[in-house]
Design a protein around this ligand. Structure first.
Ligand code: MSP
Length: 509
């Protein structure tokens, strides 16, 4: 058994959650669920990023205090996580006292170690990114992400000696395999590290909505350097040493490609400066685009998770249900590159993989078994041709998770569903007489369903548990342990089956 700690970025609370945020969170949750199936001691963290100028301005625009702004919007992210069936172990808010304490402790250590100094800073600042840029990094003075002019700022700031860590960081990312997945993004990190690393400003004196610098309370920390520390706070940094020692060496950050520099350059340097030598691993994904543009509330093209999960007649959105919603985001966008969000693709995927392939298989097997095999279910045969298919499906699924490729993992799992459907089509058990032959075919199909249900559970947790119960399995599918539980022959037979409503009713396109 190992230990696995996975985090999402913490979301800005200037606006409500949209499906770009949902994507990151669902993927992180599926990784956590997969690791729980492997028997790993697992912690999943998500939360909200609540300080900084962007939030202060959003509060001003909304005519509320910053505290009111963050309280009311953080709840929306918490609710969205619940709606998406995210099994997070913790939800961190950067305005919590535990986080204030951790930030001050970690920054004080960096200061005491001599890596922070004071200086004047003048530069071009994008409030959308909460980041300074050089002229070269801008497009005619406009931020490339937000397409708005960067603002000239002059401030007396504290600076972090990022430049002192260039070699150590390069060594970490060059020599440790699999630190950044997919590998293409590791090259991007190496590219950033090979440029000159300039020291960075980490405090602001013109802003009050932040965590005070412990050695100079006229300053607050610049929001990113407070935010990054959330991952350490939740692991117990400065408060629970045993917890921190357990979780920290096993941390993986899921991030969008837009926040690579902060996570892969600044953050590990801060950890090293504070004397923490265990550095994170990263799973990096691309952007979900709508019509070729990054989705964002400010560009008015956002779709909310709720609209797709519960349906929205006004917008013409069907109700995908929580599992239908999750499955799309795990199966369709390739993990790494950018991809266009397509409602049509979401409908097609749902109807083909969930309604036709998975839902129909379960329904049909339960119906035919009820008609042909008496009151209780048959057991699988030891020499079933599906045994090898199941074993290959498990191996391929596990390998894809290891490579951080959820879409490939679910494709491999669905191969077992498709082959089981083909096995039924070839044997036509509905035409067979009652007896040993039909018992064998249906026992094999039930066993394939049992295995599929476990492997698919990180994507479709509710339908997986309902299926588990319908085929007469005891307990909870989420408590199964791999690889043992995927071994052929685990279905006991001799149990009562239960039919029910279609697991995934077909949706109209
Ligand atoms: N608050 C910072 C992160 C601090 S982490 C210490 C932030 N917040 S954010 O709300 O703007 O975005 C958070 C993350 O949401 C992005 O990095 C990305 O992972 C995800 N996404 C936001 N929009 C997205 C898309 N359109 N597509 C894919 N992911 C998107 O940055």
């Amino acid at each position: 058994m190992s230990t696995f700690y996975i985090t999402t970025p913490i979301y800005y609370v200037n606006d409500a959650p949209h499906i770009g945020h949902a994507y990151t969170t669902v993927v992180a949750d599926a990784f956590a669920r997969w690791h729980r199936l492997l028997g790993d001691d697992t912690m999943m963290l998500t939360g909200t990023d609540e300080h900084g100028l962007k939030i202060q301005r959003a509060a001003e625009e909304n005519g509320v205090s910053p505290q009111e702004q963050v309280d009311s919007t953080s709840v929306l992210f918490r609710e969205a996580a619940a709606l998406m069936n995210i099994a997070n172990d913790d939800f961190i808010r950067t305005t919590e006292p535990r986080h204030h304490a951790a930030v001050q402790e970690l920054m004080q250590r960096i200061y005491d170690n001599g890596y922070i100094y004071s200086d004047t800073y003048e530069g071009l600042y994008c409030v959308g990114c909460e980041a300074y840029y050089t002229e070269d990094e801008l497009n005619d003075g406009n931020c490339r992400i937000h397409d708005r002019p960067a603002e000239q700022m002059v401030e007396e700031n504290y600076f972090f000696k990022l430049s002192a860590f260039a070699d150590q960081l390069l060594e970490y990312f060059e020599q440790t395999n699999g630190v950044v997945k997919p590998d293409g993004y590791r090259n991007e990190v190496l590219g950033l590290l090979k440029q000159e690393l300039r020291d960075v400003s980490i405090s602001r004196s013109s802003l009050s909505w932040g965590i005070p610098v412990p050695w100079d309370d006229k300053h607050v920390f610049y929001v990113w350097y407070d935010a990054l520390i959330n991952y350490a706070t939740a692991a117990g940094f400065g408060a629970d040493d045993a917890a921190f020692e357990k979780w920290w060496p096993n941390v993986t950050h899921i991030i969008g490609k837009d926040i690579i520099r902060f996570h892969c350059v600044f953050w590990p340097a801060m950890l090293l400066a504070a004397g923490i030598t265990d550095l994170p691993k990263y799973y990096v994904h691309g952007w979900l685009l709508i019509g070729g543009e990054k989705m964002s509330k400010s560009k008015l093209n956002s779709v909310t998770p709720k609209q797709l999960i519960e349906g929205d007649g006004d917008q013409g959105f069907a109700a995908f249900g929580v599992d239908g919603f999750r499955y799309h985001f795990l199966r369709d966008p390739p993990f790494g590159p950018d991809s266009d969000f397509s409602y049509e693709q979401m409908i097609t995927r749902y109807n083909s993989d969930l309604a036709n392939q998975f839902g129909n298989l379960v329904q049909r097997v339960i119906t035919v078994t009820g008609k042909k095999c008496g009151d209780v279910s048959p057991a699988p045969s030891a020499d079933s041709p599906l045994a090898a298919v199941a074993s290959e499906a498990y191996e391929a699924t596990a390998a894809a998770w290891e490579r951080a490729q959820p879409p490939i993992a679910f494709d491999a799992t669905w191969r077992l569903i498709r082959e089981t459907n083909e096995y039924l089509a070839a044997n036509e058990p509905w035409k067979m007489d009652e007896g040993a032959d039909v018992d064998r075919v249906m026992g094999d199909a039930l066993e394939a369903i049992r295995i599929v249900t476990i492997l698919a559970s990180p994507a479709i947790p509710e339908a997986a548990q309902r299926t588990w119960e319908r085929i007469g399995m005891d307990g909870n599918v989420h408590d199964q342990r791999l690889p043992e539980a995927a071994g052929w022959g685990g279905y006991p037979g001799g149990v009562a089956l239960a039919s029910g409503d279609p697991l995934f009713p077909r949706l109209k396109g």
